[in-house]
Design a protein around this ligand. Structure first.
Ligand code: UDP
Ligand code: MG
Length: 313
């Protein structure tokens, strides 16, 4: 249900090597807090995800100046999704908003999200109408990623929405009750259900510094999205196995028929032999690889390790 004015709102911001952007972030948060403080009790949870620059020093001095700021430092870099999970666990608000530190997600949109929450939404997605200042490669891969992930089984994933969203306390509690080790949070949020709503916004360029999502991190993120939401790749491997068995059977019938009908021997078929060996060898390896992805994740999940460790807070 929608809450009355005066409710507590938490804003969770994971930060990794964001010292360059921090002064801009502080400025933007100051004006956001000014515009919201008459209606809402604010709390800002800044999670330092094992930065190597002065991000933690910035967070500490900000928290010393303003008691609405809460800083948490993780013991090392645990990844954006884990840092966000940490922020979510520490947030105490009735409504919880997550945003990036780099101001690509404009804080003004939060006012609109709060309006939707008051109207009764449990999850308010911010959907990107456009992405300014990002490379063509990033925009294309991002657009393709949402479509492929949905086609492969993450059907609850909201297209073109990142982790910039508002969640009600009960929706967040549902999310936090899921013990997944490989967390693809935006897919998990879609999966929990509840009443959703959408606000549209233009994604701005990064205010300062560079992206912390390297190609390697993006690929790992994409594989988490698919493997943790779908067993379709396993089914495809199974279908490929069935298909190849049928092919082998048909080929066997052909060889025997040729032999009986024409007395023809297929010994000269070196090319076809090589083709069969390489194609089936490749397919075998691929299927083992796909199974390995799932097995590896099952192994990591069964270890039951915590998602992060806190160094300071
Ligand atoms: N981030 C993090 N840990 C990481 C990588 C990123 O906490 O290992 C934070 C980062 O500081 C930023 C947010 O996650 O606040 C999104 O990262 P970034 O803006 O670099 O990603 P992009 O917007 O380029 O996809
Ligand atoms: Mg960014």
């Amino acid at each position: 249900m929608a809450e009355a004015a005066g409710s507590a709102v938490s804003i969770v911001i994971p930060c990794y090597n964001e010292a360059k952007v921090f002064p801009h972030l502080r400025e933007a948060l100051a004006s956001l807090m000014e515009s919201l403080e008459s209606d809402w009790d604010l709390e800002i949870v800044l999670v330092d995800d094992g930065s190597h620059d002065d991000t933690w020093e910035h967070i500490c001095s900000y928290a010393a100046d303003d008691d609405r700021i809460r800083g948490i430092a993780l013991s090392r870099n645990f990844s954006h999704q884990n840092a966000l999970s940490c922020g979510y666990q520490f947030a105490t608000g009735d409504a919880i908003v997550c945003m990036d530190a780099d101001l690509q997600d404009p804080p003004e949109v939060i006012t609109e999200m709060l309006g939707k929450w008051r109207e009764g939404a449990d999850v308010v997605y911010a959907v990107r109408e456009s992405r300014e200042g990002e490379s063509v490669f990033k925009r294309w891969t991002a657009a393709a990623f949402y479509r492929i992930a949905r086609a492969l089984g993450a059907e609850h994933l909201k297209a073109d929405s990142g982790d910039f969203r508002l969640m009600s306390r009960r929706a967040l509690d549902a999310l936090l009750s899921m013990p997944e080790y490989h967390r693809f949070i935006r897919g998990m949020v879609g999966w929990i259900g509840f009443k959703t709503s959408t606000v549209r916004y233009r994604r701005k360029p990064r205010k300062a510094g560079e992206t912390k999502y390297t190609l390697r991190k993006m690929l790992r993120f994409a594989s988490d999205a698919i493997v943790s939401f779908s067993i379709l790749p396993l089914r495809l491997a199974y279908l490929a196995a069935v298909g190849s068995c049928l092919f082998v059977l048909a080929y066997l019938v052909y060889v025997v028929a040729m032999h009986w009908a024409f007395g023809a021997s297929l010994v000269p078929g070196w090319t076809s032999l090589l083709l069969v060996v390489t194609v089936f060898g490749g397919m075998n390896l691929l299927c083992v690889g796909i199974m390995g992805e799932y097995l590896g994740r099952t192994y990591e999940q069964t270890k039951g390790r915590p998602l992060y460790f806190v160094r300071d807070n």
